[in-house]
Design a binder for this molecule. Structure first.
Ligand code: DP6
Length: 362
């Protein structure tokens, strides 16, 4: 599919007003998206686990108004006006306007809340943008001239979410999502996420992700700025090739359930992401001393036991501790005894692999 396939031809009916609610999950990348071209096109393919507990619930109410030059919307987080979200949503609306021509015909009230604490250092852009994209798709579906297939609905929701925040396109479905064209994955696309199409070993079913909240502060460098620093980065091209190689290697790893090989790729991806940050110009470091303490403890625990626990990082100091379900008890014991001391106020979030967004009936 191309961008043109997402431009609607005509809507059969118009709606005066209405409301839709969606809950969309966060996701954690195994192969990282870091570096993008114009129009939110990724420099390399990525693959992620969709999460289950960490999610954003968004209610979108809309009422008809005179078409105007400007978008009209208000945003509330946990019932309180949140004007600092507006510029990001304004940019999102501008980027998606040609794919949703009704946007200026309505006033929108966007009411959103997260299952995780706002100041947890967990980015809500993936779950937030995907929840909003899904609400907008529900409006489009209600106005559509013909039946809309769920495949088209999900693809376009992912396509729109990508234009809000790249990683958000991996938050529509579950449990393993690929975004970005890759030679070995037939239907993969730079425009939207697709569910991983090949065999996945039982070792990866119910995978656990305990998120250790090392630093709950605002990031010093936004992802958008970080992505842009991959332009003219001395190691960029090799890094993008490496991501392609890792995607290829993961295909047989997912099939055979080889957890040692999985760990090697996942941890290398996390450290490569941060190595790219440390070697861009300007260079920056998002890990904190406690991030490194945790990584070292995980490595010691692994060499002292038979555990297949490993870590990954997103663009921040928090650590995602990943492990198979059958190790839950032992790893939670280890986390409580040895890792929570490195978390801010000993806070962590227990999550696991999930299966995508849900529409909430009200
Ligand atoms: C490190 O999706 O937040 O989490 O497209 O600029 O909104 P924008 O960036 P964003 O970048 C996420 C980067 C990452 C890796 C990943 O999720 O693949």
């Amino acid at each position: 599919m191309t961008e043109k396939d997402f431009i609607p031809k005509r809507y059969s009916k118009t709606l005066k007003n209405g409301r839709f609610i969606w809950a969309a999950p966060s996701n954690i990348a195994l192969v990282k998206y870091w570096g993008k071209k114009a129009h939110q096109i990724p420099e390399n393919p990525s693959v992620s686990f969709t999460l289950d507990y960490c999610k954003t619930t968004t209610s979108l109410s809309f009422s008809e108004r005179e078409n105007d030059q400007n978008f009209s919307f208000e945003v509330l987080l946990d019932g309180k006006v949140k004007d600092d979200f507006k510029p990001k949503i304004e940019t999102f609306f501008k980027r998606i306007e040609s794919y949703l021509p009704f946007l200026k015909d309505y006033h929108f009230k966007i009411e959103t809340s997260n299952s995780f604490p706002h100041s947890s250092g967990i980015a809500s852009s993936a779950s937030g943008m995907s929840a909003l994209a899904l609400c907008l798709m529900s409006i489009e579906k209600a106005m559509y001239q013909t039946e809309m297939s769920s495949d088209y609905f999900n693809k376009k929701a992912s396509f729109l979410a990508r234009l809000g925040s790249g990683s958000a396109c991996r938050s529509i479905e579950g449990d393993l999502i690929v975004w970005g064209a890759h030679q070995d994955i037939d239907d993969s696309s730079n425009l939207y996420g697709v569910t991983y199409p090949f065999e996945v070993h039982d070792n990866f079913k119910n995978y656990q992700d305990t998120i250790l909240l090392v630093d709950k502060g605002e990031k010093q460098v936004s992802s958008t700025v970080g992505h842009n620093l991959m332009h003219n980065h001395p190691f960029a091209n090799r890094r993008f090739e490496q991501a392609h190689e890792h995607m290829s290697e993961l295909i047989s790893i997912f099939k055979t359930g080889n957890l040692d090989a999985f760990i090697e790729i996942v941890e290398r991806e996390a450290l490569t992401l941060h190595a790219m940050m440390m070697t861009s110009l300007p260079y920056f470091i998002l890990m904190k001393p406690n991030t490194l303490e945790i990584i070292n403890k995980i490595w010691s625990f692994r060499s002292a036991t038979n555990s297949k626990v490993c870590f990954t990082l997103d663009a921040g100091a928090n650590v995602h501790v990943l492990y198979p379900k059958n190790e839950s008890e032992a790893v939670m014991e280890f986390i409580k005894n040895e890792l929570v001391v490195y978390c801010q106020n000993e806070h962590y979030i227990s999550d696991q692999i999930g299966f995508g967004a849900n529409q909430i009936q009200f």
